[in-house]
Design a protein around this ligand. Structure first.
Ligand code: PHE
Length: 357
């Protein structure tokens, strides 16, 4: 098979091919172009290959000299090809290294910091108001004995007041068969636990989670927090209760708040009260206010003087010691303070809600 373009190979022709091939190669900047170049000169139908193939048409002497030249040209082009490929690769590497260089002058990306849950924040705020007044903070079990949740608080079995606390019972047999286990319905059992474990004077607040067997709605959750308070000692009076809770309400809701106590019933206090603050939304005006539902007052906690029967049950001398106790719902207080309209927001884990605090 003879190539259509085949010319008789001469030294000059070979030199020409080598020169133009080299010049062309030196201008190539990418590997695809270099490969095209290789095919067009050194490939099966490449210019130089064709010349080499045509050597057979020459006589023996010519074939020897021209053949040597042609082979030399072939080797040279192959060497140059290799060099060019290396050069292009190195250039690409340098380029990418300089483009991807770490720029230490760029501003850093802020790392996303978490934050405390709004309930945790308000619980801490409430506790520190009492810590500032000399109270300590203690915590207790969420899974509790009926004994502490009810009996020790003057709420015996069958007492109608148990209906105030719809209870989630825990399926566990007390070995003595005497008492049942439950999820505490309030933090008040810690009153008895603290008094049993120490002598007066006592000043503690107890933050913690409580559970009730209740349908949820905008103002009720089946789990929620409470902060309990207890002060027991000699000569503690209702005036101390009022003074302490005034101070607390002013710290949390502002100095200008008015405070109202009304009689209320809890089996473990006597007398028992609930405490309200004048509505900060309508400044106590009432009429048409959504926050206080027209009354001008917002109830924020239950309280009272520790019942003598409770003091007796923990082995205190009821003639020597008196005390006061109170209990409040932090979520409720946060709702009032920040105008949150649904308690279920606290546990829905919706970041749009949580990020606001
Ligand atoms: N434990 C009561 C409740 O859950 C609140 C309370 C605590 C009332 C202490 C008086 C004294 O409703």
């Amino acid at each position: 098979m003879t190539e259509p373009s085949a010319q008789p190979p001469t030294a000059q022709r070979i030199e020409e091919i080598a020169r133009s091939a080299t010049a062309e190669l030196d201008s190539l900047e990418n590997l695809e172009a270099v490969d095209q170049w290789r095919i067009s000169y050194l490939g099966r139908r490449g210019t130089l290959t064709t010349v080499l193939r045509a050597l057979s048409s020459l006589d023996v002497d010519e074939r020897r000299t021209i053949g040597a030249l042609a082979n030399e040209a072939k080797n040279t082009l192959e060497d140059r090809l290799e060099q060019r490929v290396r050069h292009i690769n190195e250039a690409a590497l340098t380029r990418s290294a300089s483009q991807n260089r770490l720029d230490v002058t760029l501003p850093g990306r802020p790392s996303k910091a978490g934050r405390l849950h709004p309930t945790t924040q308000i619980v801490r705020e409430i506790c520190s108001a009492f810590v500032a007044m000399g109270f300590g903070v203690v915590e207790g079990p969420e899974v509790e004995w009926e004994h502490y949740n009810f009996e020790m608080l003057n709420i015996p079995k069958g007492h109608p007041a148990r209906d105030m606390w719809n209870t989630l019972w825990v399926d566990y047999e007390d070995p003595s068969g005497e008492q049942a286990m439950l999820l505490r319905t309030h933090t008040s059992p810690m009153q008895a636990r603290v008094m049993e474990s120490r002598e007066p004077p006592i000043r503690v607040v107890v933050p913690g989670k409580c559970y009730r067997y209740e349908a949820t709605d905008a103002t009720h959750e089946w789990h929620f927090y409470q902060v309990e308070g207890l002060a027991v000692g000699e000569g503690i009076t209702f005036a101390d209760l009022k003074g302490t809770l005034y101070e607390f309400a002013h710290r949390l809701f502002g100095e200008e708040r008015q405070i109202r106590f009304r009689c209320d019933y809890f089996p473990f206090v006597e007398p028992g009260v609930d405490m309200s603050i004048d509505c900060f939304a309508c400044q106590g005006q009432g009429g048409g206010c959504r926050i206080c539902r027209d009354s001008g007052w917002i109830e924020i906690l239950g309280a009272g003087m520790v019942h003598p029967k409770v003091l007796e049950k923990v082995g205190y001398d009821k003639d020597r010691y008196t005390g006061f106790a109170f209990g409040m719902g932090p979520e409720r207080i946060a709702m009032l303070k920040y105008g949150i309209d649904d308690i279920r927001h606290f546990y829905a884990n919706d970041l749009r809600f949580l990020r606001q605090f």
